[in-house]
Design a protein. Structure first.
Length: 199
């Protein structure tokens, strides 16, 4: 990212949604443009935008999706892959808060754009990419989630989860460093438990 603007990262429910978002300025090279500018798009307007990539600046808006119980990964019983394994079915719907935040953040900002010399805006649909989190939520009690604070499942003592599925929420940022931190803490815990012959 060339820069991050955090003016809208504050929590201000008077805007019609909870939480906030940040704006990330991007240096748009041709491979990036081709991959991210409305995937699957074609035609004159798309190729014109690609032709002018070296005169464009990008602005990526990053916020947090609210968790929804209906969002889940299940296995299809009637479809299998080439190895005979059930195919995963990822289901995701926006939370109303997500839609309200997106609608607000796409509004023109005179205080921001007046400093730009621009002759064209190229808006894009939300990119269909997420950090899939929360399917094995961390919780104190088994009734509220799948794993404890060490990523150890409530139901099976020697089964541990070490990925982003244990996060209850992702915030607006990339979760990699949080996942790594939790894995390091988990490793120390597993080593101590194994030394004590508890697992």
């Amino acid at each position: 990212m060339a820069g991050i603007i955090r003016d809208e990262a504050r929590h201000d429910p008077s805007r019609g949604f909870v939480g906030g978002y940040e704006m990330e300025t991007l240096s748009l090279g041709l491979p990036f443009m081709a991959a991210f500018l409305n995937p699957g798009r074609w035609g004159r307007s798309f190729t014109t935008a690609l032709d002018r990539y070296d005169h464009m600046a990008g602005l990526w808006i990053v916020g947090e999706d609210m968790p929804r119980e209906e969002n889940r990964i299940t296995l299809r019983k009637d479809e299998k892959d080439e190895h005979g394994m059930p195919i995963a079915d990822v289901h995701f719907d926006d939370h109303p808060n997500d839609t309200a935040m997106r609608d607000q953040c796409l509004q023109p900002r005179p205080g921001f754009v007046r400093h730009l010399r621009r002759d064209q805006d190229v808006p894009d649909a939300p990119y269909p990419s997420t950090h899939n989190l929360g399917t094995n939520r961390m919780s104190e009690m088994a009734a509220d989630g799948v794993v404890n604070k060490h990523g150890q499942t409530h139901d099976i003592k020697n089964l541990f989860v070490s990925d982003g599925s244990q996060l209850t929420t992702g915030g607006a940022e990339n979760p990699t460093l949080t996942i790594v931190s939790l894995a390091i803490r988990q490793s120390d815990y597993i080593a101590a438990q194994m030394s004590a012959k508890s697992i």
